[in-house]
Design a protein. Sequence first.
Length: 192
Amino acid sequence: MKTRTVPLAILLFSLAPFSFAQNAAGISGGFDFGQIPGISSRPSVEINLNSQMLAFVGAATRSSDPEAEDVLGGLENIRVLVYDLVEEMSAVLEFIDEVSTALEADEWQRVVYVQEETERVSIYVKFNEAAIAGLTLLVADGGGEAVFVNLAGNIDPAQLGGITQALGVGDVMGGIPDLTGGAIGNAATDEE
């Protein structure tokens, strides 16, 4: 699971506030991961965008990528954390299990679940009436990497791939089925 950044992701990363304590609570579909056990290093990729920053990024990319503004327009909050060096994978796996339990207790619905000895993939969605109000992705692989993503706002399932590409995290989510039967992101890797 290697990530490739794209120019927009670099722009998003450089504009994002670096405070880990950004609170997505209070936003329908928002989820704050808090302190993640088993990881003492800072994330290799960290994106924190609230609705104001998303509007700014959409406007900033309008001339080079007119669709980005439409794709990001319904979102209220984006949180992406990618860790390349996980010191205690067992603690991270336990954390993912605990977060999964908390999400399910808060009426999030699990749409993807993969469990192997040293790997977890869980994708949850939260509905607000008939629309998707939140998407949370929890991934830990046996190679020492972990990815945590939360998208909050009005999420169009047909645009999930566009959102991950606009953020430059399509490779992280590549090959994971989306809610429309396609694939979220781009399945390409850095090893091509």
